[in-house]
Design a protein around this ligand. Structure first.
Ligand SMILES: Nc1ncnc2c1ncn2[C@@H]1O[C@H](COP(=O)(O)OP(=O)(O)OP(=O)(O)O)[C@@H](O)[C@H]1O
Ligand SMILES: [Mg+2]
Length: 476
């Protein structure tokens, strides 16, 4: 029992004592005034009554005080129960200034502090979770016995499976390299590095796994598929360039050596040899020019010198410029119609596009005897096309022909003087203009190369009726 409550009870007993003493004094006085047997009897009776009355007064007061204390302690217990269940917003009403209310005050303060600490921890946890989810890397943490403690959103996205906390990682992820790396980090107690391609189809990841103090480990997975592809493409490119340069160079070297070694070379043979040397030198020149063109277009500093041109004008210009190519081949180069819509283009770059596509149609589709060049208007763009009626391209090659150095028939293309860079240049030029390029083909029926260019908004405004054009100007 607390001191103040004890003092209250003591005060009550003192009161009763005073009451009892006063009653006894009164009785004794009466005894002294009338000391007869009857009076003694009466005095005894009065003493009993006064004791009974004192008890009757004291008992309910004591019961009331005890029930109040019990009710307050009950509230404190309920409050403690709510805190234990995590309700840190619960508060006790206090008052009275005794020890119980002091305790209630202290408990409220503790609950408030706990609430603030939990809020801070929760906010840090959310910050950490947001940071982990916004990372490009996949992250997973496991406990000492290999159970997932947590993983970020990227991990779930990359693996395509729900990685549930509390379950063994091996149940969700079947990448032995990742599991080995984590196990080794746990075993050796130091960061381990690895690589896996079995986590998600077609993707390569670099793994770094670090041990955690209580025996678990945390693994970070970095997707290097693109880097790998770029590296592979760089290696392929160097190999292709070397090969393409070496072939004509070897040929030139061979013919020159023969001429140098021949004591009295026959003039006719010398001319033939020199022609071969010239052909190979031209080929090398063409290759370096194409490589340079490609490097320029792919460079981040590449800027188009654009100017407005109508689709129909572009198609007609292309046919006029390349008409000479078809003169001897007996191919009919036809204008297949084009809208007068305006597009913003770099004329030199566009000459390269039409030049490559029409030259290809002549080279590879001459059996069809006809080439159609035209354009049509789509929603917000103009689609240009070059169509031939030659042998066509098999579907397995169709998806790859825009790659640098890719040729369906290497020998035939090389024979025709091709380097395999033409369509790569076309693709990059069209993309630099904000368009897309594709090819459609059916074996035996021919091939159509199509590319889009955004329709010029300036022209569309000019084409609008006067009031709506004015409105467009205001809105913009
Ligand atoms: N119209 C077409 N019909 C059939 N095959 C084609 C056609 N156009 C291109 N190809 C195929 O696509 C390959 C790639 O063409 P691309 O223009 O890139 O290279 P190239 O013509 O061989 O060389 P370059 O254009 O650099 O002189 C060609 O080698 C050829 O096999
Ligand atoms: Mg070509």
């Amino acid at each position: 029992m607390t001191r103040k409550v004890f003092a209250k009870l003591m005060a009550l007993f003192v009161l009763l004592l005073v009451f009892e003493t006063a009653a006894m004094e009164l009785i004794l006085r009466r005894m002294m005034a009338q000391s007869s047997a009857d009076t003694l009897h009466e005095v005894g009776r009065d003493a009993i009554w006064s004791g009974v009355i004192a008890l009757l007064i004291a008992l309910p007061i004591a019961a009331w005080v005890a029930s109040r204390i019990t009710a307050r302690l009950q509230r404190v217990m309920e409050f403690a129960g709510r805190i234990a269940e995590g309700d840190l917003k619960a508060r006790l009403e206090y008052g009275g200034g005794d020890e119980i209310s002091e305790m209630e005050k202290a408990l409220n303060k503790t609950a408030e502090r706990l609430g603030n600490s939990f809020a801070e921890i929760e906010s840090s946890r959310r910050e950490l979770a947001t940071m982990l989810d916004s990372m490009q890397e996949a992250v997973v943490a496991v406990s000492a016995d290999g159970q997932v403690r947590w993983s970020n959103a990227v991990m779930k996205k990359m693996t395509g499976t729900e990685i549930r906390a509390g379950r063994p990682l091996v149940h969700s992820v079947r990448a032995p390299e990742l599991l080995d790396c984590i196990r080794e980090a746990q075993g050796r107690g130091e960061v381990q590095y690895g690589r896996t391609s079995s986590l998600a189809p077609g993707r390569i990841f670099e793994i770094s796994a670090a041990p955690l103090p209580e025996g678990g480990a945390i693994a970070v997975l970095h997707d290097v598929t693109r880097v790998e592809a770029a590296e592979q493409s760089r290696r392929d490119f160097i190999a292709n360039v070397s090969h393409e340069l070496r072939t004509p160079l070897t040929s030139i070297q061979g013919y020159v050596e023969t001429l140098v070694d021949a004591p009295n070379p026959d003039p006719a043979m010398t001319k033939d040899f020199l022609n071969v040397i010239l052909k190979n030198a031209t080929r090398m020149n063409r290759l370096t020019e194409d490589l340079l063109a490609l490097a320029t277009i792919e460079s981040p500093d590449y800027r188009l010198a654009t100017q407005p041109a109508t689709a129909s004008g572009m198609v007609r210009d292309a046919i006029d410029a390349l008409g000479g190519l078809v003169v001897d081949s007996g191919i009919d180069l036809q204008y297949a119609g084009a809208p007068d819509a305006t597009v913003m283009v770099d004329p030199d770059a566009m000459n390269q596009v039409f030049g490559n596509l029409i030259e290809n149609a002549v080279k590879y589709g001459k059996a069809g005897k006809k080439i159609k060049v035209g354009a049509r208007a789509l929603d917000n763009e103009i689609e240009f096309f070059v169509q031939d009626f030659g042998p066509g391209i098999a579907s397995e090659h169709l998806a790859r022909i825009f790659e640098r150095f890719y040729r369906v028939d290497k020998a035939r293309s090389r024979e025709a003087g091709g380097t395999g860079l033409g369509l790569a240049i076309v693709k990059h030029v069209v993309q630099a203009h904000g368009g897309r390029v594709r090819a459609e083909s059916e074996l035996g029926s021919g091939t159509t190369f199509l590319f889009t260019l955004p329709a010029s908004t300036e022209k569309r405004r000019e084409e609008m009726p006067a009031d709506s054009a004015a409105r467009a100007r205001v809105e913009s």
